[in-house]
Design a protein around this ligand. Structure first.
Ligand SMILES: C[C@@](CO)(OP(=O)(O)O)[C@H](O)COP(=O)(O)OP(=O)(O)OC[C@H]1O[C@@H](n2ccc(N)nc2=O)[C@H](O)[C@@H]1O
Ligand SMILES: Nc1ncnc2c1ncn2[C@@H]1O[C@H](COP(=O)(O)OP(=O)(O)O)[C@@H](O)[C@H]1O
Length: 293
C-alpha cells in the first residue's frame, strides 16, 4: 500500500504542460481563540511537500470552465479548481475559458490540503495564462474565499501562519524527510472545529518557541478520540519516531533528517498502512515551474 513520490505521468498537452499542486503539512497547530463568525484563530507552521497533484489547463474558445474528468464524489461545479477558475473570471470580468485536467495523487480529506492546493495552482496558472496580472496578495485574498488553506499555496513558501491561516510570514525550515500515514478514515474539518472538547485557548507563542521545539497540534486529542484509526496510526508511527497530526487530520507524520532513515520506516509500515514518503520544501514547486515559463 506504500506510496513513494514519483514524477507525474504525461497526460493532456495543456498550456505549459502539467503544473504541480503540492501537499502541505502543518508542523504545529495551536488554536488561540475564535472569531465572531465562528472561525478559529490559529498559529500554525506550513511546509510544502514534494508530493503533488498535477494539473493541466487547455484554453477553450467558448468561455466555459470544465473538467476533463471530474473526481469521483465531487460534482464538477463544486470542484475547487472549477470554483477557483469561475471566481477569477467573476472577479476580473475575464471572458476566457478553460478545460482542466486533474491527476489526483494526494489523498482527499487527509489534512494534506490537496483540494486547496489544486485551487491555488488554478488561480496562479490562470492568472498567467489569461494575462490578468493580479498581484499575489490579491490572489491570496481570492483564495481565502475558497478555503482557509488556499492562501498559503498561493504564497508558495513555507510559512508561519496566524489569523485563520491567512496572515503569513515566510519561514526557512530544514528540508527534512517525512513518513506520512493516511488512516482509512476521512476527518471532517468542520466537525472537529465544532467539537466541544477542543482546546481553544492555547497561549500565543512566538516563531522562536516553535523553532525551539514547541510542535504540538491542539486537534490531536479530539481527533484521536473521534477517529480511532487516527489513534492507531499515531501508535504505529510512534514505534519509530515522534508522531504528529497534520491540520485536523486524518494524516499523521514523523520527520527524519535523511531519506535513508525515512525509507526504513516507510518499508516497515507499507504493508499495513497507506503510507507516503515525501520531502519537505521551503519553496513551492509551482513557482519553480512558473519561473521556467
Ligand atoms: C485546519 C487546517 C489547517 O491548515 O487544515 P486542514 O486540516 O483542513 O487541512 C485549515 O485551517 C482548514 O482549512 P480548510 O480545509 O481550507 O477549511 P475551510 O474549508 O476553510 O473550513 C472548513 C470549516 O472548518 C471550520 N474552520 C476552519 C478554519 C478555521 N481557522 N476555523 C474554523 O472554524 C469552519 O467551520 C469551516 O466551515
Ligand atoms: N480538486 C479537489 N481535490 C480534492 N478535494 C476537493 C477538490 N475539490 C473539492 N474537493 C472537496 O474538498 C474536500 C477536502 O479535500 P482535501 O483538500 O483533499 O482535504 P483536506 O482539506 O483535509 O486536506 C474533499 O473531500 C472534496 O469533497
Amino acid at each position: 500500500m506504500g506510496f513513494i513520490v514519483t514524477e507525474g505521468m504525461e497526460f493532456i498537452s495543456g498550456w505549459g504542460g502539467k503544473w504541480p499542486a503540492p501537499a502541505k503539512l502543518n508542523l504545529m497547530l495551536r488554536i488561540t481563540g475564535r472569531r465572531e463568525d465562528g472561525y478559529h484563530l490559529l498559529q500554525t507552521v506550513f511546509q510544502m511537500l514534494d508530493l503533488c497533484d498535477w494539473l493541466a489547463f487547455r484554453p477553450v474558445a467558448d468561455g466555459s470552465v470544465s473538467l476533463l474528468s471530474p473526481i469521483p464524489g465531487v460534482p464538477e461545479q463544486e470542484d475547487l479548481t472549477v470554483r477557483a477558475a469561475n471566481l477569477l473570471k467573476l472577479h476580473t470580468g475575464c471572458e476566457a475559458g478553460v478545460c482542466i485536467e486533474i491527476e489526483k495523487k494526494l489523498p482527499m480529506g487527509g489534512g494534506l490540503g490537496g483540494g486547496s492546493s489544486d485551487a491555488a495552482t488554478t488561480l496562479v496558472v490562470l492568472n498567467r495564462l489569461w494575462g490578468l496580472r493580479l498581484p499575489k496578495q490579491e490572489l491570496m485574498a481570492l483564495g481565502l474565499r475558497l478555503g482557509a488553506d488556499v492562501p498559503v499555496f498561493v504564497f508558495g513558501h513555507a510559512a508561519w501562519g496566524e489569523g485563520v491561516g491567512e496572515e503569513l510570514q515566510p519561514i526557512m525550515l530544514p528540508e527534512q524527510w517525512f513518513v506520512i500515514i493516511k488512516p482509512d478514515c476521512h476527518v471532517n474539518t468542520k466537525e472537529i472545529f465544532c467539537s466541544e472538547g477542543l482546546t481553544r485557548d492555547s497561549k500565543v507563542i512566538k516563531m522562536s518557541d516553535f523553532l525551539a521545539g514547541e510542535e504540538s497540534n491542539d486537534c490531536t486529542e479530539e481527533v484521536c478520540k473521534m477517529y480511532p484509526r487516527v489513534r492507531d496510526a499515531m501508535n504505529a508511527l510512534s514505534v519509530y519516531a515522534g508522531a504528529r497530526l497534520t491540520g485536523t487530520g486524518a494524516c499523521v507524520f514523523a520527520q527524519f533528517p535523511s531519506k535513508e532513515e525515512a525509507e526504513v520506516v516507510f518499508q516497515a509500515l507499507k504493508n499495513e498502512w497507506l503510507v507516503f514518503l515525501a520531502k519537505g520544501l521551503n519553496e513551492s514547486p509551482l513557482y519553480k515551474k512558473l519561473e521556467q515559463e
